[in-house]
Ligand binder design. Structure first.
Ligand SMILES: Cc1cc2nc3c(=O)[nH]c(=O)nc-3n(C[C@H](O)[C@H](O)[C@H](O)COP(=O)(O)O)c2cc1C
Length: 216
């Protein structure tokens, strides 16, 4: 069985424009025989572990090639659980609205938890090496404004997510940005429809690609 991990970074549930677009992506995966496991991580209320001094010290231990031990190791149990869930997926879907030109803090928190040396990347003599290989990611965002033209330099969400996940080896990342969402109902509905079509096509293209990959 292959796995899609859906990471949700909006608290708005049924009200969410982002999730309206993501629903179309998910529909394609749900319809796919023999079936994919769809794992959902809703970051709202997920109780992600805080980056306490002990957990942060664990990161420095790993960076210097030491093993986690004793209390430090215990404090990492939750961190490892999120890392293992992340690594167990073949395909990622991130649903995230733009918040203050970037991503919601819950998603930044999640990235700070899982991007750990030894697990997602390592430093070699040739420089950093991403350890998350052969995975695909789709990021579905919605934004109040439109950042496809003159406002593009204000979009820190897409470059940041490409940098963070690219650093750990995920290079095949598609962005589907529904925008503008807060400039009238008619425009909103039209742009959601355009994004839903793009989401459906992207999901079907990933499914076609992974089917070929898994059948050899
Ligand atoms: C805290 C917060 C910050 C926001 N910051 C921005 C922003 O910087 N730029 C923008 O265009 N829209 C911004 N918005 C608007 C949302 O991106 C937009 O309404 C989006 O469609 C919400 O997605 P959702 O319905 O999936 O939660 C912000 C909304 C909130 C709640």
């Amino acid at each position: 069985m292959k796995k899609l991990l859906h990471i949700i970074a909006t608290p708005r549930a049924d009200e969410s424009r982002t999730l309206k677009v993501s629903a179309e992506f998910l529909k394609a995966f749900q319809a796919q025989p023999p079936g994919w496991i769809i794992d959902e991580l809703n970051l709202t209320g997920a109780q992600l572990p805080s980056l306490t001094v002990q957990r942060v010290n664990g990161k420095y231990a790993l960076l210097s090639g030491r093993e986690l031990q004793g209390e430090m190791k215990k404090s990492w149990d939750e961190v490892i659980r999120y890392i293992e869930q992340f690594l167990s997926a073949d395909v990622y879907l991130i649903s995230a609205p733009m918040w203050n030109f970037s991503i919601p803090y819950t998603l930044k928190h999640y990235i700070d938890v899982i991007l750990q040396p030894k697990y997602l990347f390592r430093y070699t003599a040739a420089g950093p090496e991403g350890l998350v290989k052969n995975k695909k990611m789709t990021v579905i965002t919605s934004r109040g404004g439109d950042y496809s033209g003159a406002m593009r330099p204000f979009d820190f969400a897409e470059p940041y997510l490409r940098a963070a996940f690219g650093f750990v080896g995920i290079k095949d990342i598609t962005f589907i940005n529904a925008q503008p969402m807060d400039m009238g109902q008619e425009t909103q509905e039209k742009q959601i429809e355009i994004a839903r079509k793009a989401a459906r096509e992207n999901a079907n293209s990933i499914l076609a690609g992974t089917a070929a990959q898994f059948s050899g």
